[in-house]
Design a protein. Structure first.
Length: 360
């Protein structure tokens, strides 16, 4: 295109943009719509410490125990004490803590770690988190009555309520007065309103001023382990704390190599599906059924890596199909694998892929 034509084209475009018909068009006129009341309500389900947002309902300790064993023991243990996957929920509190509202174990230097009921000050936090985020593989699948029952079971395990207790929206405020750490919450941080300094907010914890120009020092990372010292103190992956699921890097391997990080099986995209084949479909089923939350293809996570299962059970299609459907524990540790709600044909497809070597 010549310079003259280019100039004419630019002039024509400028004239069009400046015309009244173009300028009068509102920006983003047809973009989106207002959310309906039902759509807002579906997301606006949080429960606050004053129990604003708490739905009506009730649930007993006995009903909670049944629900717990069905949906929660796989990660938290029968009595909420397991540290195989997450930090324990129950333990470390006493009758004296329930009386005083301060958990004495938090001040002990020899206590191995803080459980959930040692730390959390408000029962609304427990109820709200279960309702919005649990179970891990099916969040928001519990009804309000289910959540009342599960919460009642946890309260009983923590010796806060008796075994015949029924928790409801009518008596949950009374339970709050028995939470072991109810007096342990502090408002002395910048996220809570206050006017001590005339600013409308409590003085922040960090008082340093950010350097925006002509800064003397560049930030430095000082916490990395030099490659020459990486395994000096033994494999950090094996040095887990006695409470909680904390895992260090596998320091027997170079940084960033296989086994150092934990990650899920790869996500199967349109390109993989377009290519077809049993491997792509098996990986897709693994994603859909939630298996990727606990198993990696080559990385050990909560459960064993698929390549390691393939080595132990080469050609074991029938056995693996049955284990996928029925679940179980013991072969790879004490963590319970829940039964998978998939057809036998889909389970067999996954099993065939694993038994053939679990190649991506």
């Amino acid at each position: 295109m010549s310079r003259l034509r280019s100039a004419l084209a630019v002039a024509a475009l400028a004239g069009a943009l400046a015309s009244p018909s173009v300028l009068a068009q509102p920006a983003w006129e047809d973009l989106g719509r207002a959310a309906t009341d039902a759509e807002v309500q579906a997301w606006d389900i949080d429960v606050r410490p004053d129990f604003t947002g708490l739905p009506a309902g009730s649930g007993s300790v006995d009903d909670g125990m049944d629900l717990w064993e069905e949906t929660c023991t796989v990660c938290h243990g029968i009595f909420g004490e397991s540290n195989a996957i997450f930090t324990p929920l129950i333990g470390g509190t006493t009758a004296e803590d329930v009386e005083s509202g301060h958990v004495g174990s938090l001040a002990r230097g020899d206590h191995p770690g803080a459980t959930t009921f040692m730390k959390v000050p408000t029962i609304s936090t427990i109820w709200d988190y279960i309702y919005r985020a649990m179970p891990w593989d099916h969040p928001k699948s519990l009804s309000p009555d289910d959540v009342y029952a599960v919460t009642a079971y946890l309260l009983n395990l923590a010796d806060i309520v008796p075994a015949d207790f029924e928790l409801s929206n009518d008596n949950i405020a009374e339970v709050q007065e028995k939470m072991p750490n109810r007096n342990g919450m502090t408002l002395e941080h910048a996220m809570w309103p206050g006017n001590e300094f005339g600013t409308g907010y409590i003085k922040p914890d960090v008082q340093a001023e950010a350097c925006m120009e002509n800064c003397a020092d560049e930030p430095q990372i000082t916490s990395e382990i030099p490659e020459t010292e990486r395994n000096t103190w033994g494999n950090l992956r094996e040095q887990n704390r006695s409470v909680g699921p904390q895992r260090g890097a596998d320091t027997t391997r170079p940084e960033g190599k296989l086994g150092d990080a934990r990650g899920p099986v790869k996500v199967v995209g349109p390109k993989d599906r377009a290519a077809g084949g049993a491997s792509a479909r098996a990986l897709e089923l693994i994603q859909e059924s939630g298996c990727a939350a606990c198993h990696g293809v080559v990385r050990t996570m909560i459960g064993p890596a698929y390549v390691d299962i393939a080595k132990r059970y080469p050609g074991g299609v029938d056995y693996l199909t049955g284990r996928i459907i029925s679940g179980g524990s013991g072969d790879w540790g004490d963590v319970q694998m829940p039964p998978q709600d998939i057809s036998e044909a889909d389970a067999r497809l996954i099993a065939e892929w694993i038994a053939a070597g679990a190649e991506e």
